[in-house]
Ligand binder design. Sequence first.
Ligand code: GAP
Length: 452
Amino acid sequence: MEKKQENTKMEKLISLCKRRGFIFQSAEIYGGLQGFWDYGPLGIELKNNIKKAWWKKFVQERNDVVGLDSSIVTNPTVWEKSGHVGGFSDALVECKKCHHRFKAEDLKGNNKCPDCKGELTEEKQFNTMFKTFIGPTEDTASTAYLRPETAQNIFVQFDNIRQSMRKKVPFGIAQIGKAFRNEITPGNFIFRLREFEQMELEFFVNPKDDRKYFKEFVDASYNFFIDLGIKKENIRKYEQKGKELAHYSKETIDLEYNFPFSGKAGSALGEDKGFAELMGIANRTDYDLKAHGIKYKDDTNKEEFVPYVIEPSAGVDRAMLAFLLDAYEEIDGGRSTTTESNKEKEMVLRLHKDLAPYKVAVLPLSKKDEVSGPTKDLYKELQKHWMVAYDDTSSIGRRYRRQDEIGTPYCVTYDFDSNDDKKVTVRDRDTMEQERIPISDLISYLKDKLDN
Ligand code: GAP
C-alpha cells in the first residue's frame, strides 16, 4: 500500500516535470532512449542553479580550490592508466526465469531475483565505458572513450594547474561536466542515466592529513544539501564496507537520500527502503596520481610525496531529483481561499530560493493597457536582476497556483490601484501572505528576500 503511494509521488513528479517544462524524454517523438533525458526551460534553470550553488560553496568561497573545464574525449591512455579500460566494469547477474539483469552490488548478497524470485546466473563482467572513434576509420588504433567520470581529467592536469596557479598542497581542483556510462539498468527517471553530469572536487593533501580533510568534505557536502533545504530525515551518511568500496578507495561515505523507490534493487525493504546514493565522498589515496606517474615536491620544505586525494563527487541530475522530491508537496482540497480552487488539489514546489527557476513572477491584474503597460515595464526592470516570469492569462488565483507549482518564491501583482498609489502586491509562495509594497522599494525589498 505504502509502496503504491510512493510510486505515485514519483509518477506525479515526472508528469509535473513534463507538463511544466522541466524534463522531457530525449527524442520523445521517436519513443525516447533509455537513460537519456532533456532538460526544458525550467529544468535548465534549476540545474544551473544547483551547479552555481555548488561552485559558490566549493570554489568561490574557498581560497584553496580552483576550477577546470576539460574535454569529454581525451587520450585513451588516461583510461588505461586509471584502470578504467581493464576494470571499469559492473559485475552482472541475470535471472534465469524472467531474464532481468541486475548489478551484483545492488543485490547486497541476495541470491534470488528481486522481481520474480527466480534463480540467478553467475556474475559476468561488463565494461560500462562508451567507446567512440576518432577520425574516419573505425579501427582499434582510433578508439577513444567518452569519460565515465570527470575526475581523471583533473588528475592529468594536476601539474599544469599547480604550476600556472602557483598552488601548494593542500589544494583542490573542481570540475562540473558531463560523464557517460553504458549503465545496464538505467531508470527511475533521472536517478540512473547513461549521460549525466557530475560536480567533482579532487582535493590533494599530504597523506598524513587525509582523515582531517575527509571529515571536512563529508561535513561540507552534507551541509550543502541541508542548507539548500533537504530535510534532515531524508538524508543520511552511509559508510561503504568491503566489496562496496571502489578499487581506488580506502574509505567512502555516501550521502544517501530517501528516494520514493527502492534505490538498491533487492535490498531488504525495511527501514532501508528508498535510501540510495546521492553522492559519495572518497579517500582515493595516491592511487590516481601514482597511476599517472605524477609526483609532488613542496618548494618550501622540500618534502616529496604523492598526494592523497579526497574526492566529493555528486551527480547534478541525481541532486536535482532529490531537490525536486523534497520540495514537492501536494495539498488535498487546496490551500487557497478562492472558491474556484477550493476543491482542487494544489501542488507546491517548496524549492529553496537559490534553486527556484524563476525568482519572481509578474502578474498584471488585467490585460488593459493602463495595467499591462506599466506591468511590462516593471517586468523589464526586474529581469535585470533575476529570472522573472510574466503571466497574464486566466484568473489571479490560477496564476498564483501555476507559480506555486514551479516553485516561484514571489509573485508581484500590478492592479488598478497601482497607477494611483504606486504600490504592488507581493505574495509569498510559502506563507501566502500578501504585502503592499511601494514600486520604488520593490527591488531592494526583493533583493533583501532573494539575495541574502
Ligand atoms: N569520480 C568518482 C565517481 O565517479 P561514482 O560514485 O561512480 O564516483 C559519483 O559517481 C556520483 O555521480 C554518484 O554519487 C551519483 O550522484 C552520480 N552518478 C554516478 N553514476 C550515475 C548515473 N548513471 N546516473 C546519474 N548519476 C550518476
